[in-house]
Write a protein that binds this ligand. Structure first.
Ligand code: NI
Ligand code: MN
Length: 225
């Protein structure tokens, strides 16, 4: 399976058959490597309702007829726009064509741009092409991450490292120790001045603890073997 980084918390996963887009904040992201209308996707998975995560969901899902996977409240809100929505909640898993999606806890907020409550924020464990991907969403550090790593052997973990709204570098290094993924890809940094962080500093610290880290360029695609 392949992972493409589209900046901020946005990743495109593919097993060669199905395409899954996570947190598509493209329009308005100064680091976005492509335009929203160039993306084709079968599914969109959202971690929470903040504008830098819902992003271009409505336009992309409408154009591609994608199924949007989100927690109940956020899913109900997006249904109002005529989108195909699969609603789930934290702790629950469901098998889709490509594999399994399970929502995890995340300590954060979740309102839309109008301040309307969008349910609880989440992280997500996605199984696709026999690989397990843990996208943490926006979150502070929490000890239960240990349990997430114990229940599912994580191949790739994406922790936020930008601080201010989420974990900063040192807490994200602790998070990696809790989850013990085979590979870690930092996200949610440098998009705005308040979340400025050096991903190579994070990489250095994670590697000092013997974890493999990949800092992805905007638009870069890697294959997970
Ligand atoms: Ni957020
Ligand atoms: Mn965010």
């Amino acid at each position: 399976m392949t992972i493409q980084y589209l900046g901020h918390s946005c990743f495109l996963l593919s097993d060669g058959k199905q395409v899954i887009l996570i947190d598509p904040f493209i329009t308005g992201n100064p680091n976005a490597p492509c335009s929203a209308d160039s993306i084709d996707t079968d599914y969109i998975i959202l971690t929470h309702g903040h504008g830098d995560h819902i992003g271009d969901t409505i336009s992309i899902a409408s154009r591609c007829n994608s199924t949007v996977i989100a927690v109940n409240e956020l899913g109900l809100y997006l249904s109002e726009f005529g989108l195909i929505v699969h609603r789930m909640h934290i702790g629950g898993a469901y098998f889709f064509e490509f594999g399994r999606v399970k929502f995890t806890i995340a300590h954060h907020g979740s309102s839309n741009n109008e301040g309307k409550y969008m349910g609880e924020p989440a992280g997500v464990v996605i199984t696709i092409g026999n690989k397990k991907i843990y996208h943490c969403g926006d979150t502070g550090l929490f000890l239960d991450m240990k349990l997430i790593g114990e229940i599912d052997e994580i191949d790739v973990m994406m922790p936020p490292i930008g601080d201010n709204f989420t974990m900063g570098i040192d807490d994200a290094v602790r998070a990696v120790e809790f989850v013990k993924p085979k590979l870690v890809i930092p996200m949610h940094y440098n998009t705005f001045p308040v979340i400025k962080a050096d991903p190579y500093k994070f990489k250095e610290k994670a590697e000092k603890n013997n974890f493999k880290c990949k800092v992805m360029d905007f638009g870069e695609i890697i294959e997970v073997l």
